[in-house]
Design a protein around this ligand. Structure first.
Ligand code: FAD
Length: 500
């Protein structure tokens, strides 16, 4: 007589890249078990056309899809559209906003993050996170003459470059732009692109891209186009989120960006408060709005004493992990950045609860060449690894950390240049103990290599350098390059052949 097979119930929370990847992997690995994906948004983000370019570099498209697509693909996968309200870890249950309760054997939380706003509840301060907030931004921009962008990460970099027809005051706390991704040298290389009139847009962008609602509308299960309801917590946007959007302000200028370096926002005032301050015998220093541009609805006072009026402020100062509904009554260990702390099996500190993507913080002893950054590639890798770890735990099998966590790799595009970041590209954590090699040809390429103890540990490649695969191999092989240092960036040497 055959023993009764007890089915497992896996629940994944979050329809972003991490959650969908995890749920799909579980659904195909456990075809006889039930997988439930609970997500607050009406659309899910699916990874398509995945390509492994080299040992650690990968490329894929991300598409917004109706939830029915997933259910059609995996008969054992059910998608529930409702936000999780509460987790009762001890009972292995989750409650959703629509009043339902779900039991799980294994749970993976992939609820992403939300923008860290300068201030909550100020109608003039907006964050960009999902399709709806991006569309709100676009709408407000169309009537704007001047906006203030605060932050120095990827979103701010893309915004200041893409916005046209509107003056941009860019407030960064660092001494160079793009500090999250590269150093002062690379910033110098990119700055002329900000000042120049934007050339004709380059041909089709080679980088994979997200589609926004315009390109990928919502369909009901009957195939009828639906009006979207506004989700309170949609998935994060990703690369090229602005490609199908016109980011055009109300002025006839192409590109007008002024950077305030080493600066932070001190106070935000409404126009009434600003008038009171001005008439209250406290003369403002710095740049006042020009008399002909009309009154600004909001004013920002910076810590350097300057005050700028503007139409609205974009707060692009990072994300906070979306842990809210899961914490109460459970003993999750949180990392310093408030993410759910996970080990190398993507396990949180609560039994049978895993986490992946922007919501979690990698707290294992990471490889010397890898660091966590809240990026879409890492969301996919973590979602996939979490599913494999859940499977290994269920099947009582050993599992190693996936090879993708050996070397940090990120391919993106800034100011229309291809940008590849490898390893400790900014000499993160190396102190003074490193050497930099740089090759730069203005307007064409910028190559920086970080060497530590004669070995390549990081690189920034801007432009069509074609060096990524060779450098990736040199880093992974830990080759001693002391003897080749002078040749490494010699433009007359074919480096690929050299190390063949
Ligand atoms: P998310 O995509 O945020 O998904 C979270 C999911 O959880 C959503 O479906 C949400 O609805 C759901 N959810 C949240 N709370 C609940 C709840 N209580 N109950 C149920 N469901 C819930 N990365 C790059 O690599 N390159 C880039 O160029 C880039 N550009 C970006 C530009 C913008 C404007 C933004 C906002 C992000 C960008 N990123 C970029 C970052 C990247 O998009 C994220 O790191 C990645 O998408 C995170 O995926 P995730 O699955 O962890 O979270």
């Amino acid at each position: 007589m055959s023993a009764e097979v007890k089915t497992k119930k896996f629940v994944v929370v979050g329809g972003g890249i991490a959650g969908v990847t995890c749920a799909e992997q579980l659904a195909s690995q456990f075809p006889s078990d039930e997988i439930v994906l609970i997500t607050a948004a009406p659309l899910i983000k699916a990874v398509t056309n995945f390509k492994q370019i080299s040992r650690t570099l990968e490329d894929f498209n991300v598409e917004e899809q109706p939830i029915s697509v997933l259910e059609e693909k995996y008969p054992n996968l059910k998608v529930v559209q409702s936000a999780v309200r509460k987790l009762q870890g001890a009972q292995h249950t989750l409650q959703t906003e629509d009043g339902r309760e779900f039991h799980y054997d294994k749970l993976c939380i992939c609820s992403g993050g939300r923008p860290k706003l300068l201030t909550e509840d100020n109608p003039y301060v907006l964050g960009i996170r999902d399709t709806d907030s991006a569309q709100d931004f676009q709408k407000r921009l169309s009537k704007a003459k001047r906006i203030i962008v605060v932050g120095n990460g990827g979103i701010a970099l893309e915004l200041v470059y893409e916005v046209e027809g509107c003056e941009v005051i860019w407030v960064i706390k660092d001494k160079a732009i793009g500090n999250t991704f590269f150093d002062g040298g690379a910033a110098q290389f990119l700055i002329p692109s900000l000042q120049a009139d934007k050339a004709e847009r380059a041909g089709p962008c080679k980088r994979t891209r997200y589609t926004t609602e315009d390109a990928s509308p919502t369909y009901s299960r009957a195939g009828v186009r639906e009006e979207r309801s506004i989700p309170s917590t949609g998935s994060a946007l990703g690369p090229d989120w602005h490609a199908d959007m016109t980011l055009q302000g109300a002025q006839q200028v192409s590109h007008k960006v002024h950077v305030e370096y080493r600066c932070e926002v001190q106070m935000i005032y409404t126009s009434e408060e600003h008038l009171l301050r001005a008439s209250g015998q406290s003369p403002e220093t710095g740049c006042m709005p020009p008399a002909d541009s009309g009154p600004w609805p909001v004013f920002v006072q910076l810590k350097n004493g300057k005050t700028y009026g503007c139409d609205f402020i974009v707060s692009a100062t990072g994300v906070i992990p979306n842990t809210g509904p899961f914490l109460s009554g459970n003993s999750f260990v949180l990392a310093e950045d408030l993410g759910l702390s996970v080990d190398d099996h993507m396990r949180t500190s609560v039994a049978n609860v895993y986490a992946a993507g922007d919501v979690c913080t990698a707290c294992w002893e990471t490889s010397a060449l890898w660091q966590q950054m809240r990026l879409w590639t890492q969301a996919r890798q973590m979602g996939w690894h979490a599913a494999r770890c859940i499977a290994a735990d269920v099947l009582d099998e050993p599992i190693d950390l996936d090879f993708c966590f050996e070397l940090f790799t990120h391919i993106t595009k800034f100011f229309n240049y291809k940008v590849v970041l490898l390893g400790k590209f900014n000499a993160q954590g190396l102190g003074q103990d490193h050497e930099l090699l740089v090759r730069c040809s203005p307007g064409a390429e910028y190559v920086k290599v970080v060497l530590a103890e004669g070995r390549m540990v990081g690189a920034v490649l801007i432009g069509e350098t074609d060096l990524e695969e060779t450098f990736e191999n040199l880093m992974l092989n830990r080759m001693d390059l002391t003897a080749y240092k002078d040749e490494l960036l010699n433009p007359n040497i074919d480096i690929e052949d050299y190390f063949d």
